[in-house]
Write a protein that binds this ligand. Structure first.
Ligand code: COA
Length: 185
């Protein structure tokens, strides 16, 4: 059997937009959709097996992060897909499970976001934060701690950085693609 890091599950293979970068050491399985310019960094594990994973344009998922979902059941008819919006930065070693993230969000290193949680647009989640199931994080705020607490409104510079971080990572992945002689289309 030959090794491939982008694998089908029950006949569904991950779908990649244009200019995406998936490091060879990252594993993507099943019903996963990456929009254009998404970057998936070394040792990420994403399993779209018992539900779907959708990742919006220019979002980056950094090294060692784990993405998974929850199956449909009698008590939870839709299960919990994982939905991540555009221009989102997922730091190193994060765990995102069956949650929904809007646009322009930074998830700090080592954060855990659990099933049913909803992160609105323009939110900064500090390193190591635990977001319990079904919590809603409001647009424009910093959240930190375990369990998470709403810390304060974002400073202007932090709000601006949410988009800038996505731009930085989009440029970085273009460098990686060039290094691998994959021409952005
Ligand atoms: C939360 C964060 C944005 C700093 O916010 P800040 O308001 O500037 O915080 P400060 O450094 O002024 O510290 C204020 C207090 O928060 C605490 N604090 C800082 N970061 C924290 C975190 N992630 N979780 C819990 N508490 C934190 C500090 O210890 C300090 O506590 P004290 O007042 O009791 O001493 C930053 O620490 C952080 O977590 N950034 C995420 C970086 C990251 O992971 N990037 C992705 C990788 S590419």
């Amino acid at each position: 059997m030959s090794f491939t890091n982008i694998r089908p599950y029950k006949g569904i293979t991950p779908k990649l937009g244009t200019h995406t970068f998936v490091d060879d050491s990252a594993i993507l399985v099943g019903d996963i959709t990456l929009s254009d310019d998404v970057s998936i960094w070394p040792l990420v594990a994403a399993r779209g097996d018992v539900n779907t994973i959708t990742i919006g344009a220019r979002t980056n998922v950094q090294d060692g992060s784990v993405l998974h979902v929850t199956r449909k059941s009698i008590n939870n008819p839709e299960g919990n897909p994982l939905i991540i919006g555009e221009d989102v930065t997922i730091g190193h070693l994060c765990m995102l499970h069956g949650c929904t993230l809007g646009n322009r969000i930074l998830v700090g290193m080592g954060a855990i976001i659990m099933d049913g949680a909803v992160v609105q647009d323009d939110v900064f989640i500090g390193a190591g934060t635990l977001v319990p199931p079904n919590k809603v994080l409001e647009s424009g705020f910093l959240y930190v701690g375990n369990p998470m607490k709403k810390a304060r409104p974002l400073k202007e510079s932090e709000s601006a950085f949410l988009k800038q971080s996505a731009i930085n990572y989009t440029e970085l992945k273009d460098d990686y693609l060039a290094e691998l002689n994959i021409n952005p289309k």
